[in-house]
Design a protein around this ligand. Structure first.
Ligand code: TXA
Ligand code: MG
Length: 317
């Protein structure tokens, strides 16, 4: 394993690893991904193995452009066209009917495939250099916090990955929003593109997963996005002083007194900024040997929805 700066020669080297069935961690604008050739079931199997991810939880396939999308999906319905036009390249994943070339392992046996076109220049250079769609879940062990920096990947999975490309911190710090189009448009996971902007394009999205093409909810399997330190969602002002000394606090805007460690997500109350620092801050708090992490809820509008979805799962609710 090597962590390499994402220079053109190192990107070319990573592309070679991927073409030979290897696994490469690379930066995207959302979080770091753990990539493999999406057409190679053996390479995809290694991704599941490295993440210790159950095989019923399908992967997201990353494409460079419309031509590459055409190799992965069988058709693009009108609503999907509208969303692609507005949000790609970017942090929106669409669940579309797959082509037979996409192995069952990648989609967990579903007839649909989750696909997105990343905007991150290094992710794009890697896709261009491999000329292959890349199946890439977030580069974290199953159930743990997602990685927003190369060093997170190195710490968590370093020993088992062929190569890690370091492209600096991820811009959004939160995974893509996932939308399914059939049988009707539905939000499968809140994420870095806020739901309101998607609904402005194609109308109201169904919430929840009933009647969707897959029975798998992203992150449905128990606790998810969770640090190893126990985490609870709580009004920080209401926590008695005696419960603070060995715990950490993650506040939204205002600092609080008496905790062993404290982080404030966004003093100005900017939910985009809060989202960008969420995982990074939790990685840090989780490394401090705290007894517990108390997290203050954020308002559930815009990216606040995605933040709260992750925090509830991290708290095991
Ligand atoms: O921002 C992101 O989306 C990052 C970066 C690397 O692109 N990737 C990511 O992948 O978050 P992952 O594997 O951690 O989450 C993908 C989620 C899974 O929870 C899975 O259940 C859902 O997407 N998914 C994948 N294929 C699906 C399908 N055919 N139908 C419904 N959900 C699907
Ligand atoms: Mg993930």
């Amino acid at each position: 394993m090597a962590v390499l700066p994402a220079t053109p020669p190192n990107i070319a080297r990573a592309a070679g690893v991927l073409r030979n069935g290897g696994v490469v961690a690379f930066p995207t604008e959302t979080v770091y991904g753990l990539g493999a050739n999406a057409f190679d079931p053996r390479a995809a199997a290694r991704v599941f193995e490295i993440k210790q991810r159950p095989c019923f939880d399908p992967l997201i396939v990353h494409v460079l452009d419309r031509a590459m999308l055409g190799r992965v999906v069988a058709e693009v319905p009108d609503d999907a066209e509208r969303l692609i036009e507005r949000f790609w390249p970017g942090a929106l994943t669409l669940v579309l009917r797959k082509r037979p070339a996409v192995p069952d392992l990648v989609t967990a046996g579903s007839a649909t495939v989750a696909v997105r076109m990343p905007s991150h220049p290094i992710a794009r250079a890697l896709l261009a250099s491999t000329e292959l769609p890349l199946a890439a879940p977030s580069a974290n062990p199953f159930g743990y916090l997602s990685p927003t920096r190369a060093v997170h990947v190195e710490r968590l999975l370093g020993a088992s990955i062929d190569l890690i490309l370091d492209g600096g911190p991820s811009e959004h710090g939160l995974e893509s929003t996932i939308v399914a189009l059939e049988p009707r448009p539905a939000l499968l996971r809140a994420g870095a593109v806020d739901v309101e902007s998607i609904e402005a394009e194609i109308g109201t999205l169904a919430r929840g997963l009933e009647g969707q093409a897959t029975t798998i909810a992203p992150g449905q399997a128990g606790q998810h996005y969770a640090p190893r330190t126990p985490l609870r969602l709580i009004d920080l002002a209401a926590v008695p002083a005696g419960q603070r000394a060995r715990a950490g606090a993650l506040a939204f805007r205002e600092p609080v007194e008496g905790y062993a460690a404290l982080a404030v997500l966004s003093p100005s109350g900017d939910l985009r900024e809060a989202a960008a620092y969420l995982f990074e801050t939790l990685h840090d708090l989780d490394s401090r040997g705290l007894e517990r992490i108390d997290v203050e809820p954020v308002p559930e509008r815009g990216l606040g929805l995605a933040i709260m979805e992750r925090l509830r799962r991290a708290a095991g609710k």
